[in-house]
Ligand binder design. Sequence first.
Ligand code: SF4
Ligand code: SF4
Length: 233
Amino acid sequence: MPVSHSDFAPLADVGLNLHAVLDGAALPVDMAAALRGCLPEGCGGGQIILVGNAGPTLWRSVKAAGLVSDDPIDDFSVNAVVQWFARQFPGRRHQLLYPGDCPLGLQALGRLAGWHHATPFMVGILPQWGSWFGYRVVLWADTDLPVTPPLQAESPCRACAAQPCVAACPAQAMGAGGFALEKCLAWRRQPDSPCRARCLARDACPVGQAQRYDDDHMRHTYEQSLRMIMRHR
Ligand code: SF4
Ligand code: SF4
């Protein structure tokens, strides 16, 4: 029986408040090939359900849940989405694609959904959320939901002549040649770097400031990424 409706409200209530449904059969060729490699034999087509968080609510829900985990945001988000899916679509086949090893590019999926416009520091930005949103869960599902039209949003960066984010970066990682990742990483690795637990460029962007993540969320996320950077140096 076709599944033609969904209620994303239970996810939005805990801060998983960005949703898009993509047609699995209409993905670009390279993405479709990557997807095929991530699915059990016999699964094809179907839909991609993209779930993100925007603003500070998700982190507050994660803290309230009191999870003891190395990655409480991922664990909370996956649990919430998997349980939501089971309640909404009992018996429907599905497969978690992200978090995980499936090489589907999150920003490429975000572009299809109209969510991704790169800032000079390469994080995505949207007019209503600034850079305070992220990709949390990607699910392949054997559903027949209405496909979400791409979000029609112009990048706020196009009208931002002053670019305070560029000036705020102490590593001067955003020059004429684009974003110099190595400069950023080298700066972040320094023992006393102010960028070990935050990004000063991101903080300097005036767009969506009311949606800014809480300080302890920022610390958690940036310290986690720094541990990965230190492991792979
Ligand atoms: S400060 Fe301006 S250029 Fe930088 S991310 Fe924000 S809107 Fe874009
Ligand atoms: S983390 Fe620091 S060095 Fe890297 S882009 Fe942000 S402000 Fe610049």
